[in-house]
Design a binder for this molecule. Structure first.
Ligand code: TXA
Ligand code: MG
Length: 377
């Protein structure tokens, strides 16, 4: 299969502010962007294959949530295990009601303040799934809930509105690889396996959406992401009590928080993560001495102060970012680019595993082969 890449201009898409998230009618000032998204929409409406498209978090691999055939195309293009359910993306609340929910269904009250504050944006909620749902059961992987969000990326929202297909879309990487934040990343992993990638420039946030379950009491944070735990707690109305789901350590256990048991976000190089290591000098020197004759890269944050003579022992030294927002935005792209440079090891300066740092540390610990912490001494 030939994989086509079409470049679109996100700044050429406008939404009527009065519509809010109730409805979505995109207006295009660039005819090429409009015609490319029409081309993408017709593939999505055929229910035969999935395509790569940009969202504000990471690139998604999208296909209609309403047909088994299209959802299967996602699992097979990615090599994704079938027990890891998918997020459905809609353009507006009216589309969610009209295309997915039964006529009598209401969104549970607990979600309303959250939706009001964070949609469109990087927050995914779980809704109950009815026995006679129109959703492909392959999107829910046997759960009695389905995950849904309204993305804020103009290209994603316009595409979903134009095709009028709710899109099941995991991150558009090959399973276990770092999520893609550029169209090139999608091409690298899925070339020949999908017909089309819409290139709308870099994904802003860089980490996936936060996934919350408000159907349990207390509500649960299933995956930290683009909206921080603190931002969610500040909404109140029950969300101040939100608890964080624990990882399922044992891969043979049934999947309680699906997706948590799998290896994730891994470059080919082995990631060594440094936490609570102060200025990093001692920990880095010790670790370097354990891997002689290796190609090692160092990705720094804001605390490490490594002297020149130590830096000289690395094949590549790069700055991940000075703030958590910057580090999150850069992480996946930097891991991928270090892989292109054939590193054996990537040393990464971590951040405190709390508050704003929760989502970044979640991805870093899943990518890590080993974590070096002063705490363990
Ligand atoms: O930012 C994002 O969320 C990106 C972009 C493309 O929108 N998508 C994404 O999808 O990260 P994916 O498939 O890589 O991650 C979906 C997450 C997984 O952790 C999955 O277990 C969880 O959502 N999930 C989906 N449906 C669920 C359900 N019914 N119950 C519990 N967790 C669910
Ligand atoms: Mg993913």
């Amino acid at each position: 299969m030939n994989t086509k890449i079409l470049h679109v201009d996100p700044s050429s898409i406008r939404f009527n502010k009065d519509e809010g998230i109730e409805t979505c009618t995109p207006v295009f000032t660039d005819p090429k962007t409009k015609s490319y998204l029409e081309e993408a929409s017709s593939i999505l409406r055929s229910h035969k294959s999935c395509i790569g498209f940009p969202t504000e978090t990471v690139y998604g691999l999208g296909a209609s949530s309403l047909s088994d055939e299209s959802v299967k195309s996602i699992y097979s293009a990615k090599n994704r295990p079938l027990d890891n359910p998918l997020i459905t993306h809609v353009a507006s609340l009216s589309q969610l009601h009209r295309r997915i929910l039964p006529p009598s269904a209401r969104i549970p009250d607990i979600y309303l303040p959250l939706i009001e504050k964070f949609w469109p944006g990087p927050l995914t909620i779980l809704l109950p799934v009815e026995d006679d749902t129109i959703l492909s059961r392959l999107t829910t992987a046997g759960q009695d809930t389905f995950a849904v969000r309204i993305p804020s990326h103009p290209v994603a929202r316009a595409l979903i509105a134009m095709s009028d297909e709710p899109l099941a879309a995991p991150s558009a990487n090959a399973s276990t690889r770092p999520s893609p934040t550029l169209a090139e990343h999608v091409y690298h992993d899925l070339r020949g396996r999908i017909p089309l990638i819409i290139d709308g420039g870099p994904s802003n946030v860089g980490l996936e959406s936060s996934v919350v379950n408000g159907l349990t009491n207390p509500p649960m944070l299933l995956r930290p992401g683009g909206i921080s735990l603190k931002q969610i707690q500040e909404v109140g109305h029950g969300w101040e009590n939100i608890i964080t789901a624990k990882k399922t350590a044992n891969a043979s256990e049934p999947v309680r928080t699906p997706g948590m048991k799998y290896k994730h976000y891994s470059p080919t190089a082995k990631v060594i993560l440094f936490v609570k290591c102060g200025d990093g000098v001692k920990a880095i020197q010790e670790a370097l001495s354990r891997y002689p004759n290796s190609n090692i890269a160092l990705l720094t944050g804001s605390k490490f102060e490594i002297p020149e003579n130590v830096l000289a022992q690395f094949a590549i030294v790069d700055h991940l970012g000075s703030t958590i927002t910057e580090m999150s935005h850069n992480l996946f792209a930097k891991l991928r680019s270090l892989d292109e440079n054939n590193m054996d090891y990537i040393f990464i300066e971590g951040v405190p595993d709390a508050g704003e740092g929760l989502a970044l540390m979640n991805r870093l610990s899943k990518a890590a082969h080993e974590t070096i912490s002063n705490d363990s001494k």
